[in-house]
Design a protein around this ligand. Structure first.
Ligand code: ATP
Length: 498
């Protein structure tokens, strides 16, 4: 009965008012009083001061706090960050030693490596409130808006900390290079004002204030930052957040695999091996895509082939259904076989799959077996890599008498390797200052080196012409050749007789 009190009230009040009016009572004051009371009630309720009937004020949902344990790899970055955060956790000792407290920490590294995660975990670790913004949010056409947003950000952090009863607040600014790029004193007045305001706010942070403010900023362009930002007393602690190594990748994979039904064949060690150069964000994406593939196949569990398909997708993009002509397909097949043959000659056993299915921008691709993570390369190794990159175009020349636009990205890759060689003093130029190198000199060295390696590649492929002929039909028909199958073709009469 009581639960219908609203409906009963809504029905009986107008009837009562009508009756009073009928018997001659002046109902206008009652109506006015009712309206005022209603308005007051509404105002108080929307400010959240009055308990909502049937359950009190609904609690605001807080996102789950993130801990350092939920960040895979990055052990060195985590360690350095935790050390830097000591001053927020042990302020008395820091004061006793007279240590200048830290105002800013700069996290540098490629996208998707966990910089935002580290900043969030830092807030949890130090029991601080967390306020985040991105550099691009401060960029406006109107001069002064960015600067006032910076002021607002600091004010918000202090207010939030006081409200939550915390002693400290961490302000995280992602993409700091957008506002913290070098000031040129002229054209970008808005950027300059925003940066000046940030510097002023940082200088205003007091050692003994409460709540204490710590800034954490992230960038992947540290070289672009204004030196005023990096000087002592500002962002003077720099922590590199690099792409994870194999152990780190395995750790990240296991974090994101939690709660996913992995099947018996799913081997995360192998996935970690095959994903050299992947960021944490890409690894998360691999597991997510694998789960989608498994669901689409109506499989109960995520198996290794789902993970392999997901790696290909994250590496090269989704399969597309571009229709190619037979001639085009043949050209792509020979191009990919060229890469595969050269890869086997340079590094035997390295081909994992040769595929003729379009993905992302590519019409075909060769997937390589995992290599050991390596950080040092010899000139010989790099020349081998260039030959593998050039082998697609070399194969096209061999069979069609000319190249196509399909080699563009191969050439970009080859030129990238040449640049590394030049900068590392591995070319005929010897040790050079890359900044003093004229484009003409680089072009000459690159052309000489690439021409020489192209001739060498063509000579190698010419010797293996029959491997192309033997494997082409099967690749055209089946669209993929496993590494083992391909090596069988390679071990044919040419190798035997060689
Ligand atoms: P950006 O420079 O693009 O802002 P970022 O370095 O800040 O990238 P995050 O936003 O921290 O990267 O990471 C993006 C996502 O990638 C995370 O939400 C998480 O799912 C995953 N990720 C990245 N690195 C890690 C890691 N080390 N451990 C676990 N997950 C990670």
């Amino acid at each position: 009965m009581l639960k219908y009190w609203k409906e009963m009230l809504t029905g009986s009040v107008p009837v009562l008012l009508l009756f009073l009016w009928y018997v001659g009572v002046n109902v206008v004051p009652i109506l006015l009083a009712g309206a005022v009371a209603g308005l007051l009630l509404f105002a108080v309720r929307t400010r959240g001061q009055l308990p909502v009937p049937g359950g009190g004020k609904a609690p605001r949902k807080q996102p789950a706090a993130l801990t350092f344990d939920e960040i895979g790899g990055q052990e060195r970055a985590k360690q350095e960050l935790m050390e830097a955060l000591e001053f927020l956790i042990r302020p008395d000792e820091i004061a006793r030693f007279g240590i200048r407290p830290l105002k800013g920490i700069l996290l540098t590294g490629p996208p998707g490596t966990g910089k935002t995660l580290l900043a969030k975990a830092a807030a949890h670790h130090t029991d601080s409130v967390f306020v985040a913004a991105s550099g691009s949010e401060f960029v406006e056409m109107y001069v002064g808006v960015g600067a006032s947003r910076i002021r607002e950000l600091f004010r918000e952090a202090r207010q939030k900390a006081r409200k939550a009863g915390k002693n400290s607040a961490i302000i995280f600014i992602d993409e700091i290079d957008v506002i913290g790029g070098r000031r040129d004193g002229g054209q970008h007045r808005e950027y300059d004002q925003t940066l000046n305001q940030l510097l002023t706010e940082m200088d205003g942070i007091q050692a003994n204030e409460s709540p204490r403010i710590l800034l954490i900023a992230a960038t992947n362009r540290k070289d672009m930052l204004d030196s005023a930002l990096l000087r002592p007393g500002r962002f003077d602690r720099h922590i590199a957040v690099d792409l994870p190594d194999k152990k780190g990748r395995r750790h990240i994979l296991s974090i994101h695999a939690a709660g996913k039904p992995l099947g018996k064949t799913a081997d995360l060690d192998k996935v970690a091996e095959e994903t050299f150069g992947f960021s944490g964000a890409q690894l998360e994406s691999v597991l997510n895509e694998a789960a989608i593939y498994a669901m689409r196949e109506e499989s109960d569990t995520i198996e290794m082939h789902h993970l392999t398909m997901a790696i290909d997708k994250v590496m090269m993009g989704e399969k597309t259904d571009r229709e190619a002509t037979r001639e085009e397909r043949e050209r792509v097949a020979l191009h990919e076989l060229g890469h595969a043959i050269m890869a086997e000659l340079v590094r035997p056993g390295s081909v994992s799959t040769v595929a003729l299915s379009p993905r992302g921008q590519a019409l075909g691709y060769v997937r390589h077996n995992p290599q050991q993570d390596r950080y040092l390369y010899t000139a010989e190794y790099l020349e081998g890599q260039i030959m593998v990159a050039l082998a697609g175009a070399a194969a096209e020349e061999l069979f069609f008498g000319g190249r196509s636009t399909g080699s563009r990205s191969d050439f970009e890759q080859a030129l990238g390797i040449v640049r590394t060689m030049v900068e590392s003093g591995l070319t005929e130029l010897g040790i050079v200052d890359p900044g003093m190198l004229t484009p003409e000199t680089f072009s000459r060295v690159a052309r000489d080196l690439l021409d020489r390696l192209m001739e060498k590649t063509k000579a190698c492929l010419r010797e293996h012409r029959d491997v192309f002929e033997r494997s082409l039909e099967l690749l055209m028909r089946e669209e993929t050749l496993s590494g083992d199958r391909f090596r069988e073709f390679l071990r044919g009469p040419v190798q035997a007789g060689a």
